[in-house]
Each structure stands twice: as C-alpha cells, then as structure tokens.
Design a protein around this ligand. Sequence first.
Ligand code: ZN
Length: 466
Amino acid sequence: MTVKKSKDFDAWYNDIVERADLCDKRYPIKGMNVWRPYGWEVSLLIDALIREELKKTCHKEVCFPLLIPEKLFKKEADHIKGFDAQVYWVTHAGDNELEERLLLRPTSETAIYSMYHLWIRSHADLPLKTFQIVNTFRYETKMTKAFLRVREIHFFESHTCHRDFEDAERQIQEDLDIAKDFFKNLCLPYLLNKRPEWDKFAGAFYSIGIDVILPSKRVIQLGSIHQYKENFSRPFEITYEDEEGKHRYCHQTTYGMSERLLGATISIHGDDKGISLPPMIAPIQIIIIPIIFKGKEDRVQKKCHEVYDTIQDNGWRVHLDDRDITPGMKYYDWELKGVPLRVEIGPRDIEKKMVTVVRRDGKKIGVQEESILEGIEREMTDYSETLMKQAQSFTKDMIHRSETLMKGIEGIIEVPWCGNETCGLEMEEELDMKTLGTPIPPVECTGTCLRCGKKATTWVRLAHTY
Ligand code: ZN
C-alpha cells in the first residue's frame, strides 16, 4: 500500500511530503506547490532560526520588490549568462505591452545592488549587511520535486558590502560559523566544497557549496556562499569614500539557503512510518495521548490537562490529542507527521504517578510525573543527538577516498587532482559524475593527479548530484 523508504526512496519521498501534510502538489502550475499549514509552520520555524543567526551577527532584514527591470538585470554580463534561461518575464500590464520588460527575481543581486549604489557613501557605511527571506522564481527544466527542485523557491539571501577583500573574507568565515550553529538544529551533517571554476555562481569570484548527501546517494546543494570581489560593485557602481577621500569599489559577498533544507531533513531523518522532525523545527514537539478506559475518563482527561499545562508553561510546543478515535490511530498520525515525543497517560500510569514517554525513534521510557520536565528535556536532547549520529554515520559511509578512478561508486569519491580544469572535466566524463569541488577546510593531498600524473595540489570530490 504505502511505499517503503528502503525500497524506493524517490517514490517514498514524493508520497510522504503530501501524506505528512507538508504540501499539496495539485496546484495547476508544475513546480509551484502549495504549502499546507503544517509544512508552512515547519518552514517558518526554519526561517526563525536563520533570522536569529543573522540578527545575532548584525545583519539587517530588508524586503525588496519581486520585479526587476530588464536593464538592471543585464548589468553584470556573467550573471545574465547564468540565469537567462531560467527567467520568468512580465511583458504586459493589462492589455498594454510594457516599455521595458520586468522579470521575477531568480535571485536579488541586481535589485539590491541598484540601491546599494545609492545607500553607500563613505567607509563609515561599511560593512553593510542585509538579508531577506522571500520567494524567488526559476524556470527549472529538470523534473521537479517538492522542496528539492521547484520553480517558486522559498529562501533567504544575505548580501554584504565591505571595504576590501580581507573584510569580505572575514564575512565568509562568519557565514561558515553560522552554518555550523544552524545545521545542528536540523541534525544534518553537511560538506563544504569550494566549487571548481567552471561551476561557480554566475558572477562570483569563488563559490562555496553547502552539500548534503541524500539516501538516494546523490548530493544536493542546500546553500551557497559567494565571494564577489568587485565583480558586481563595478557595473553597479557601488563605491565608498575612504579616509583619504579616495573613491573605492566595495567588495561583496552573498549567502543563501532555500527550502531544500526541509526537503533534505525529511529525506534523511524520515522512515517507513513517516517524517521525523528534529525538535527545533517541530511545530508540535510533544503530543499527549489520553489512554481512556471506561469509567476512568474524567481522571485521565484531568491528568492530561495538568500535564499539558506543566509542559506548555515550560515553553515546549505541545498538543493534547483528545479526538474521539483510538490511541492507535493517533500514534499513526503523529508518527507520520514526525512529532519527536509522545506522552501517553492512562489510569495505570496515574496510579503509579508516572507517564509513558515514547520517542519518534521507538524508545519507550516510564517517567515519574514529578520529574516529567527533566525527562522531556533529557529525551529531547538525546533524540536530537541520535538523529545527528545516524545521519553522520550515513554520510561518513558515503565518502570514498581513492587513488584510482573507481567507477560505480555510490556516494562521493575523493581523488587527487592537479587543479587543472581539463583534468577535472575528463574525470567528470569518465566517472559520469559532477565535480563538487575541493574540501573546505583544505585537506592535504600528496598523491598524483589521476589524469595527467602531475603532483596533485588537492583532493577533489565528485558525486552524482541533483
Ligand atoms: Zn591533472
């Protein structure tokens, strides 16, 4: 009836995103799905975590128009080449053809930088650090997949301006620290890869991909960090006056992550019973289920409400499921939706002054009622750590370091590389894989390039990708 994750990951994923009430794919535009309330709540919790990280690091939130005039978009030549085929154009307003075409942002550099040109005057205005959490539009031609490849994408993007290259590099270090904190919340291990020259972001000096390997054994980019140097500030004339009165171009960086974060979290932690949400992004962290026996309904209901109040007063997101259906049906629903902890309360528990706590991973613990908060805290932490450890162990098993070009590897292969583009492209072709790039931080490699036999300068990672 339902699809097993271990049998067919793709079919399981396509099915579970709808059965867990995250989205509805029936909206009549391909690749533009409807966020259902439960899915949107998860997404807002992810946004809140990102917002917290960015505010902590002194980024200011902005909100730019969705539409970008064609002439702004065409200011940076490489940028256009990278995005042109994916752009949705607005050509009419009512019956009138617009004098200048407008596009739906595929990303916001060209919108934001036209204003940075006006906002930045002096070195005292720097660094300027802004971000926004908005939807962006890209006409994807590959097969669409909920959260992982869509045409309307929910994402955050931060854009920063700096007085010089070194300060922009410090920003990139801060971005990496943000990733470290942020991904803990999702219990997701990730790999940082410096993309090769031929696959960097359109207009970037260099790009770092934040990559995760999914159970399909293919790698997906969840986010990216870009060093632009002066590549955008020159065409957009984003300059500042330094202490000596000289006009200089700003150095810029961007950072972005999308709703793929949710897609990857579902993919990695879910199982045959449903999704498994890490506590930090679960709209309901604890579900209370009354175990009703005839004649003892009132006692059980009363106790459930008491426990509910205790847990809620302590700041947890908790829900009491008092629907008139069997406990078994309730377990099924909340396991499907990935609620981390279930608290069961029946007459026998009440007599023993206990509650039964069941984790989404199946571990069942009796907890004294008086120490219920400590029990929840402990199990929630342990559950998060368990999710992280499982995901780490899977990721580790998927990375294969090799001194030969082994074909048919499942996951990621790391091989010695001289750094030369021709050698890189030949390896891609031979393995029928894509280059993820070189590890960050760099890992010393003493081997020889597998194509040209010259001394390798680095390891390079290749994989099947989304
Ligand atoms: Zn080589």
